[in-house]
Design a protein around this ligand. Structure first.
Ligand SMILES: CC1=C(CCC(=O)O)c2cc3nc(cc4[nH]c(cc5[nH]c(cc1n2)c(C)c5CCC(=O)O)c(CCC(=O)O)c4C)C(CCC(=O)O)=C3C
Ligand SMILES: [Fe+2]
Length: 393
């Protein structure tokens, strides 16, 4: 940040001794008057688990056995999902970063599937006088589940309020998100090398949430491959992370994008391979060590602590395949800085200003407002959603 020539807060000229306290210029996110962190939500007590699962799966056709199985994942961790605490930590980190830039807008937090519900938070925000809100979700990629479903819930929450809602762009290809994954991957590679010796070249296995192939193929705006925007964006992030890790550490030449948390009826095709099947195949092919990089999750969600740290780690143990899991972005400073940069960028765009929109090489600048047919709801195509504009794909 440039040194201010005068102190905009007090109007006095900063001196050498008080400069530390006076170099923060007041800034804002005009035209927005508040920020909303929108997340998935998760249970915090054993009694919450079943009602939470009912909220998530209502009308989604998930088999009863799958629900019972996922309930057990939560019970294994005391009936408490890690996700809400991670949102609290992210809120604190965002506050510190905003304060450091002299931005004093309030940051609210609401969830789609558990307390604090976004519908209740919307009414609080309206009562507090807010009228134009900028939303940041804890989901970084395009697809129905990771984008439109959030926007449908925003519609339900805000339709009857006086508040206008806008969103930042999809940010998985933002350099700050990629940097957080690179640092985490380097640390995990170093851990394996310390354990196994300098000759080992771990293979990077990027992991994300599986979704039905029908959802994947319709995800994201063009240009996209037949696999769809969800898969394309993950492949791009995986390649970007691999390139940067390979610049500084010896790793295997190839990397993979694989999936966890498959749900739905067995007859419905979902994205494959499953991470456990893939570890088995890599072991059979003679791979000597694997680093799992959960680029599909912004923090250590249940999918990370159960599907990877518990289940996939056990698969690797049984295979005798050395395995490490890289940290998620969480509150990595590069990620927190990137999120605030994305808020600042979005506000500048709303003011009609020219602004830099950084993406990693080969990335595309995600849309601020999605096209009305993008990431369609295949069950209820006409369900209303916010932050979209009319336009054909
Ligand atoms: C793409 C995607 C993300 C990433 C983007 C994002 O972050 O949003 C994500 C995140 C999450 N998913 C989560 C939890 C669950 N997801 C489920 C079910 C499903 N997820 C799907 C997709 C995704 N999900 C889909 C297509 C289904 C099938 C039902 C349907 O078509 O809607 C079910 C039901 C049981 C089951 O079927 O597994 C649960 C409990 C939690 C909370 C974790 C915690 O507590 O830490 C988080 C962050
Ligand atoms: Fe999910």
């Amino acid at each position: 940040m440039p040194e201010p020539t005068s102190n905009p807060v007090s109007g006095t000229v900063p001196t050498a001794t008080d400069s530390a306290a006076t170099t923060v210029e007041q800034a804002d996110l005009a035209p927005y008057d508040a920020v909303l962190l929108l997340s998935f939500g998760g249970p915090e007590r054993p009694e919450d688990v079943v009602p939470f699962l009912e909220n998530v799966t209502r009308g989604r056709g998930i088999p009863r056995e799958r629900l019972a199985e996922v309930g057990e994942h939560y019970f294994l961790f005391g009936g408490r999902s890690p996700i809400n605490d991670q949102c609290r930590e992210l809120l604190a980190a965002l506050r510190t970063e905003l304060d450091g830039r002299g931005i004093d807008l309030p940051v609210f937090w609401g969830n789609r599937n558990w307390d604090p519900y976004v519908g209740e938070v919307a009414r609080e925000m309206e009562a507090a006088g807010h009228r134009r809100v900028l939303v940041l979700t804890t989901s970084a990629y395009p697809s129905y589940s990771s984008c439109r479903q959030y926007r449908e819930n925003l519609y339900d929450a805000f339709a009857d309020t006086a508040i206008t809602v806008e969103k930042i762009r999809h940010y998985a290809d933002h350099p700050g998100f990629v940097t957080a994954s690179v640092d985490a991957t380097v640390a995990a590679v170093d851990g394996l090398v310390a354990e196994l010796g300098a000759g080992v070249r771990p293979r990077l296995v990027f992991v994300t949430h599986s979704i039905p192939t029908a959802m994947a193929e319709t995800a994201g705006p063009p240009p996209k491959s037949p696999a769809g925007g969800y898969v394309d964006w993950h492949r791009l992030v995986a390649s970007a992370v691999t390139r940067r890790v390979a610049d500084v550490r010896a790793i295997a030449d190839d990397h993979d994008v694989v999936y966890c948390s498959r749900s739905g009826p067995p007859t419905q095709p979902w994205l494959e391979p499953d991470v456990n099947d893939h570890l088995t195949a890599l072991s059979a092919a003679g791979e000597r060590a694997v680093v799992a990089v959960p680029i599909g999750f912004v923090s250590d969600h249940m999918e990370v602590i159960f599907d990877l740290d518990t289940e996939a780690a056990e698969t690797a143990r049984q295979l005798g395949l050395p395995f490490a899991r890289a940290a998620t972005a969480g509150t990595h400073p590069a990620f927190v800085t990137a999120l605030v940069d994305l808020l600042v960028e979005r506000a500048a765009v709303a003011r009609g200003e020219q602004v830099e929109q950084p993406v990693v090489a080969g990335g595309t600048v995600g849309r601020y407002a999605c096209l009305s047919g993008c990431c369609p709801n295949l069950r209820q195509p006409d369900r209303p959603a916010l932050c979209q504009v009319a336009g054909a794909l």
